[in-house]
Write a protein that binds this ligand. Structure first.
Ligand SMILES: Nc1ncnc2c1ncn2[C@@H]1O[C@H](COP(=O)(O)OP(=O)(O)OP(=O)(O)O)[C@@H](O)[C@H]1O
Ligand SMILES: [Mg+2]
Length: 192
C-alpha cells in the first residue's frame, strides 16, 4: 500500500535532513519508526503528507495506493489527506486551528470527503469523541482548542485523523501528552 524508496528531505539551505530512507507497508501492517530526537521522524511523516515546511524539498519515490505522492497535484493531495491518508501530529497546540471550534475541525473531514450534512457530521463526530474518551464530548464539540487541556487537545487531534477511517494513519508520538492508562486505551483504539 505504501512504498517509500530512498526518501530524501533537503533543507532550504540545501543540506540533507532525511537521507535515503526506504520501507514498504502492506495493508493491515503497523510500522514503528524509532530514532533519537532530531533524526527526522517528524519530517518523514510530514513529507508523506505533503506538509513539509516551506523551502524544504523532498525527492525520490513515495507510492501510496499506486499514486506517486511526490508528483501529485496539490488539489489531488488535498483530496487524499484526511481521507485515505491521515496523520496525528506530535504537537496539538500548533496543529489545531485556534480560530475554529474543535467540533468544526473534526466534522470538516466528513463534510468534505464523505458528503455528510452538518447534522450527520455532528453526530458521527460526537460518537468518535466519546470513543477517544473526551469527557463531556457534546459540550466540548463547540469549544475552541484553547479551552481544552493538553490531553483533551491530543484526543481531538486523534479524532480528526480517524474521522474518515483512513487507509494509512501516520501517528507522530500520538500519546506523549496523555497519561499512561489513557495511552493504553488510545493505542487499543488505534489498533482496532
Ligand atoms: N522547520 C524546520 N526548519 C529547519 N530545520 C528543521 C525544521 N524542522 C525540523 N528541522 C530539522 O530537521 C531535523 C529532523 O527534525 P524532526 O522534527 O523530523 O526530528 P524528530 O526525529 O521528529 O525528533 P523528535 O523525536 O524530537 O520529535 C532536525 O535536525 C531539525 O533541526
Ligand atoms: Mg518529532
Amino acid at each position: 500500500m505504501l512504498d517509500v524508496r530512498d526518501l530524501r528531505v533537503t533543507s532550504n539551505a540545501g543540506y540533507p535532513l532525511v537521507d535515503g530512507l526506504s520501507f514498504t507497508l502492506n495493508r493491515g501492517e503497523t510500522l514503528g519508526i524509532v530514532g533519537e530526537s532530531g533524526c527526522g521522524k517528524s519530517l518523514t511523516s510530514l513529507a508523506l503528507m505533503g506538509l513539509l515546511p516551506v523551502g524544504m524539498s523532498v525527492s525520490r519515490h513515495v507510492e501510496f495506493e499506486s499514486a506517486d505522492l511526490l508528483k501529485l497535484a496539490p488539489a489531488a493531495m488535498r483530496d487524499l489527506r484526511g481521507d485515505r491518508l491521515a496523520m496525528i501530529f506530535q504537537d496539538p497546540m500548533t496543529s489545531l486551528n485556534p480560530a475554529l471550534t474543535v467540533g468544526y475541525q473534526i466534522a470538516e473531514g466528513l463534510i468534505r470527503h464523505r458528503g455528510c450534512d452538518r447534522r450527520e457530521a455532528h453526530e458521527h463526530s460526537i460518537e468518535l469523541l466519546r470513543k477517544v474518551k473526551l469527557p463531556a464530548a457534546e459540550r466540548r464539540f463547540d469549544e475552541y482548542p484553547h479551552q481544552l487541556s493538553g490531553g483533551m487537545r491530543q484526543r481531538v487531534m486523534i479524532a480528526i485523523a480517524l474521522i474518515c477511517q483512513p487507509a494509512l494513519l501516520i501517528a507522530d508520538e500520538p500519546t506523549t501528552a496523555l497519561d499512561v492508562t489513557v495511552q493504553a486505551q488510545i493505542l487499543h483504539l488505534l489498533g482496532s
